[in-house]
Design a protein around this ligand. Sequence first.
Ligand SMILES: [Fe+2]
Length: 334
Amino acid sequence: MIGPNRRNVGLQLTIAQFVCLVCAIWFQAFVESAAAPADSSFLLILAFRIATAAWFAAIYFCFSWLILSKNLKPVDAKLQQQHAESLLTVNELIRTRDAIIFGLAKLAESRDPDTGQHLERISLYSVRMASALRNHPKYKSLVDAEFVRMIGISSVLHDIGKVGVEDRILLKKGRLTPDERVEMQHHPEIGSDCIRQIERRLGNSDFLTMAREIAMSHHERWDGTGYPKGLAQTEIPLAARIVAIADVYDALVSKRIYKDAMPHIDCVQNIGDKAGTQFDPDLIDVFLTIHEQFRDISTRFCDESIDFSDAKPDLITAKQTVPSVVGKEHGGKD
Ligand SMILES: [Fe+2]
């Protein structure tokens, strides 16, 4: 449908065209016949007519330009304003979505009282790793600003499947039995299924795909001995490989009811030693260049405020052994 503004512009252009045409006819009828009478040479008359046509075409072009620029500027400004308002709305929706997702993940995580600010730290570690990968020759084509933004929020859903694990296992203060460990190791599939259900309702989305991959594969290992599927190397989605490092670092560096916090430098050594076995060696190279950022995050979001006073005394005294592979040796609770 043609709007009033377009109709107005069309009318003005038609008037301009009409005025130019009348002027050209007048010019030809009176001026040309005086300057180049009919008995002039053919070439002179032709040259005069070409010059006349060019002159009035140029005048018409100037008229058109003035009319269009005068009328379209307000339209451009209005479109720009609408575009800016749309961007604001989209940004607001994204912020709202991210806040709701974080709130739900936090709610799920709250069942396990000794994880403190685990989600905040995982998000920041993952973002720092992904940001560093943007300069890595092997990964810079896979990791862009959108990837970094998405991993910042989708990583908080990595353990959402723990809502499907029974309290007697999730909240157990000691080591899990083999059967309990098997039960606990279902949490990646539970989380992935949950996110898949959301995808079915909403349709495909890069964010949900990444969240599902992280939930499913953050306990896989580079050498194929992880769970739940035993994926190896690049079969494991990149985002999940990043979160795996973040998750283990956080488990090592944080105080838990069954262990003390490991010093940062020992965590770095521990993780570095698992390059090529548990972790993607290229990602470990990146981790080793930015590990001080991990230390800063863990310091900023430390869980010193967590109160372990209601823990069983025998567990506190027996907590000194730090597992070499967190998440498996102590029963897979991280
Ligand atoms: Fe997990």
